[in-house]
Ligand binder design. Structure first.
Ligand SMILES: Nc1nc2c(c(=O)[nH]1)N[C@H]1C(S)=C(S)[C@@H](COP(=O)(O)O)O[C@H]1N2
Ligand SMILES: [Mo]
Length: 501
């Protein structure tokens, strides 16, 4: 034997062995939770990630949004999974210690499983998924205990214990992942919309028009986004049963009214193209997208409640999100239950979401449950954290496409969006802003809150040059050049890029 091996450490220090097995049990506990809950708020890491996202100092949240972007969400989730693993490992250790004290072997796994169930229940409030965690934790400890019985020869007792724990943890976590992936997608979200007649043929016509009018350029997203961005405050999206969902109009109204999903679906529906843009995205970011939405005008839902001449409304959602803005903006709003001819996908707010034309994404509340009419202004979720994202969007022209054509020319392109002010034209400069040329635009889609695509093809100068792009609104107003960061009221300024030929 040359120096001490890892097995020796496991042999000599029983505490290390117990901790290693407990960590495996912790991993299995997370897997057990996922197996039952899938990627929903009942998954043990979901609420932990939510508490962290909410409790983090504003400056950290701002950094995560504007600098880390989606990576910030991923880091938060990984941390939440690590915390959940540590909690279950703690339960495993405590249960094992209790078992040892009684001198009766099976007590350990049972006690640990019970403790893990309680821990998960406190975190999620979801009994079934918590039992999934408890069973997985208990099982790993039981397998580790059985594997370590002294009668088996060859491999040392401690080593067998750890191997048994590892094998069962890997099995449970892997099985949990497969099971949970199924659970995450269950529900009526993203299914065929189930509309017929004129509404259906209008959907088909409009999607067809969007397809035809898209400038067929490789690598440039069509007019109806293929991948619609998602932004929300929680790691896991709510899973709402449409049959139990209700939308209530409350606050400064003559009478409260509420709507079930069936009532909503029974109302006269319309189709609208609407683009959404997140206030927290970067200047040339990708949190700008467009869909064809099916739903009802929000006034049809609010008018029956008899709102007075109040200043504003608060929209509240199932995930604990809330945003406040002027009642006048709500009057142009739309309550969507369909997206691109299907029921709203879960990630975009199933069963229903608000769409407030021309405004930053944040007030387009998903998983909406309440429209509260207010007599005076208060802060919404993001405004409490220093953002000013309830107003109209800033105008932008994005540059996401660049290609060298076979004939030696260069092609650049992207999307332009000006909210309800509308995009009149897009201007491109290939000399750093000294001279400007009008870009080719996609034909406008019906609707007053829709982006357009632009492309521009030109003979490039030799070597490096600066391409700058700016949108011009329908009334001739040129997008302002002043550059600001996303915080607090959205990015502004012209997008530019150095092109090398
Ligand atoms: N309930 C709820 N609605 C929400 C949010 C949220 O976190 N919870 N995020 C808002 C933000 S910041 C944006 S930009 C848009 C994004 O909509 P999307 O995810 O469908 O693209 O949803 C808004 N609606
Ligand atoms: Mo946003």
């Amino acid at each position: 034997m040359n120096g001490p091996s890892r097995t020796d450490v496991l042999e000599r220090v029983p505490g290390v062995r117990a901790v290693v097995v407990a960590v495996f049990a912790g991993v299995a506990g997370v897997g057990g939770s996922y197996a039952v809950a899938g990627f929903t708020p009942s998954f043990v890491a979901g609420p932990i990630a939510g508490v962290m996202a909410r409790g983090m100092p504003d400056i950290v949240i701002r950094y995560a949004i504007t600098v880390l972007g989606d990576l910030g969400d991923q880091l938060n989730l990984v941390t939440a999974v690590a915390i959940a693993t540590a909690l279950f490992a703690g339960a495993a250790l405590a249960g094992t210690a209790a078992g040892r004290r009684t001198g009766v072997r099976p007590v350990g796994p049972f006690a640990a499983g019970g403790l893990a169930t309680v821990v998960a229940l406190v975190v999620t409030g979801a009994p079934l998924a918590s039992i999934g965690s408890g069973l997985a934790v208990g099982l790993v400890l039981a397998v580790a205990a059985v594997a370590s019985v002294p009668e088996v020869d060859g491999v040392s007792e401690g080593r067998r214990r750890v191997l048994g724990g590892a094998a069962s943890a890997v099995g449970l976590a892997g099985g949990g992942y497969l099971l949970g992936s199924g659970a995450s997608t269950a529900s009526g979200a993203g299914r065929p919309l189930g509309v017929s007649g004129a509404l259906r043929s209008e959907i088909d016509d409009l999607l067809g028009a969007a397809d035809r009018q898209s400038l067929g350029v490789d690598g440039l997203e069509p007019l109806v986004s293929e991948e619609f961005y998602e932004v929300d405050i929680n790691a896991t999206d709510p899973t709402i049963d449409a049959a139990e969902w209700e939308l209530t109009v409350t606050g400064a109204v003559e009478r409260e009214v509420s709507y079930t999903y069936d009532e909503l679906r029974g109302m006269e529906a319309e189709n609208r193209f609407v683009s959404l843009r997140c206030v927290g995205e970067s200047r040339n970011g990708e949190k700008l997208d467009t869909a064809l939405w099916t739903g009802v005008p929000i006034t049809d839902l609010v008018e029956p409640a008899g709102p007075g001449e109040e200043c504003c409304v608060m929209l509240r959602a199932d995930d604990g999100f809330y945003e406040e803005f002027p009642l006048s903006a709500l009057e142009d709003g739309f309550l969507a239950f369909g997206m691109n001819g299907e029921t709203l996908p879960r990630g975009h707010g199933y069963p229903a979401r608000a769409l407030i034309p021309g405004h930053w994404g944040e007030i387009n509340v998903k998983w909406i449950t309440e429209i509260e009419v207010l007599e005076k202004e208060v802060d919404g979720y993001w405004e409490e954290r220093g953002w000013h994202g309830t107003g109209p969007v800033n105008t932008v022209a994005k540059l996401h496409h660049e290609r060298q054509l076979d004939d030696g020319r260069t092609q650049v392109g992207g999307h332009a969006y000006a909210g309800t002010r509308g995009v009149g034209s897009v201007e491109v400069s290939t000399d750093g802003g000294n001279s400007w040329t009008e870009a080719e635009l996609s034909e406008p889609l019906p609707g007053d809150d829709v982006w357009r695509q632009w492309i521009h093809t030109y003979d490039p100068p030799d070597g490096e040059h600066e391409v700058v792009v700016r949108a011009v609104e329908a009334d001739g107003t040129v997008q302002p050049a002043d550059e600001t960061d996303a915080f607090p009221s959205g990015p502004s300024g012209w997008v530019s890029r150095t092109v090398r030929t």
